[in-house]
Design a protein around this ligand. Structure first.
Ligand SMILES: [Zn+2]
Length: 308
């Protein structure tokens, strides 16, 4: 119940976390799996309080409820909770499969060490357990990465292997992905923060303008000064750890000042930037504004939950 309240009111933002998921794992010390179960069940229980009662009374465990939660409605939840009572997780998974059949898992590509000349093969499609975490530490500085891809993506990988055969004779996937990512990250960084561009003179520290676009040298200065990390700090002095999807925030609100001042710009993660805007302009106003800019989307903004 507390998690549902924290989630609904986005209180994790005030504790310097960019999502409910990082709040649960870093602040509350939940394991990733426990955090995932609890957030989804807490969220589903907001409109369906019977879920809380099912956990409290021990009728259905959290892991099973998490599987069931996406399929529960006002009409069917009493019936399905009764069906799930006293069942194991596997039995509840079968119940879910019966009410909402899933498509077969997509073909997977994996590298077979014994066949160097043909590194990509498709494994037989077989039912799989819930996917493992995509990046798993194998040794101190070694990780296993795993994800499902489309046929087109597989063809692209094969083309890249062929094109790079002179540089990467064995077509090693890690080498190729690393090289591709380096190019991609440099490009994305340049687009977002103008990093890596040749500085043309010193960055101006203040510009009055009608354009929301922060000049590139100033972007670069903000990114460097703030260390490429969200600058939100909570009342305990804890700083947000987020380094992804950073945005440049005008502390005083650009719409109010029409100025870009180096001292009044800061890096914020997307969640904390929206939080700051909501505090300045009001949550209802910002939600209406976001609805207008992305019609048809129903993504659970701010959840930070990994895809599963
Ligand atoms: Zn943040």
């Amino acid at each position: 119940m507390h998690l549902g309240e924290i989630d609904e009111r986005k209180l994790y933002l005030d504790r310097a976390f960019s999502s409910m998921f990082t709040f649960c794992t870093r602040e509350l010390g939940f394991s990733e799996g426990a955090a995932y179960n609890r957030i989804l069940v807490a969220r589903a229980a907001r409109p369906l309080p019977a879920l809380i009662e099912a956990v409290r009374s021990g009728r259905v465990h959290l892991a099973g409820l998490r599987l069931l939660a996406p399929h529960l409605t006002l009409e069917n939840h009493a019936y399905l909770l009764a069906k799930a009572t006293g069942r194991t997780k596997d039995e509840i998974a079968e119940l879910v499969a019966a009410i909402a059949p899933r498509p077969l898992p997509p073909a997977m590509i994996r590298k077979l060490p014994e066949r160097q000349s043909l590194p990509l093969v498709e494994s037989a499609a077989k039912p799989v357990a819930p996917p493992a975490r995509p990046i798993v530490p194998m040794a101190e500085a070694s990780y296993k990465l795993q994800f499902s891809i489309s046929r087109e993506f597989r063809d692209e990988i094969r083309e890249a292997q062929d094109l790079l055969r002179h540089r990467v004779p064995d077509g090693d996937l890690a080498t190729i992905f690393r090289a591709a990512l380096e190019v991609f990250v440099a490009k994305a960084r340049k687009e977002r923060f103008a990093a890596g561009c040749k500085p043309r003179g010193r960055a101006e520290t203040s510009v009055e303008t009608h354009s929301r676009h922060v000049p590139d040298p100033m972007k670069r200065a903000v990114h460097e000064r703030d260390g490429g990390r969200c600058t939100f700090v909570d009342e305990r002095g804890k700083r947000c750890d987020e380094r992804g999807a950073l945005e440049i925030d005008h502390v005083d609100g650009f719409a109010r000042t029409h100025r870009h001042d180096l001292d009044a710009l800061r890096l914020l993660c997307r969640a904390h930037n929206q939080h700051a805007a909501e505090q300045m302009y009001g949550r209802a106003f910002m939600e209406a504004a976001r609805e207008r800019t992305r019609p048809g989307t129903s993504s659970p903004a701010g959840t930070g939950l990994p895809d599963r």
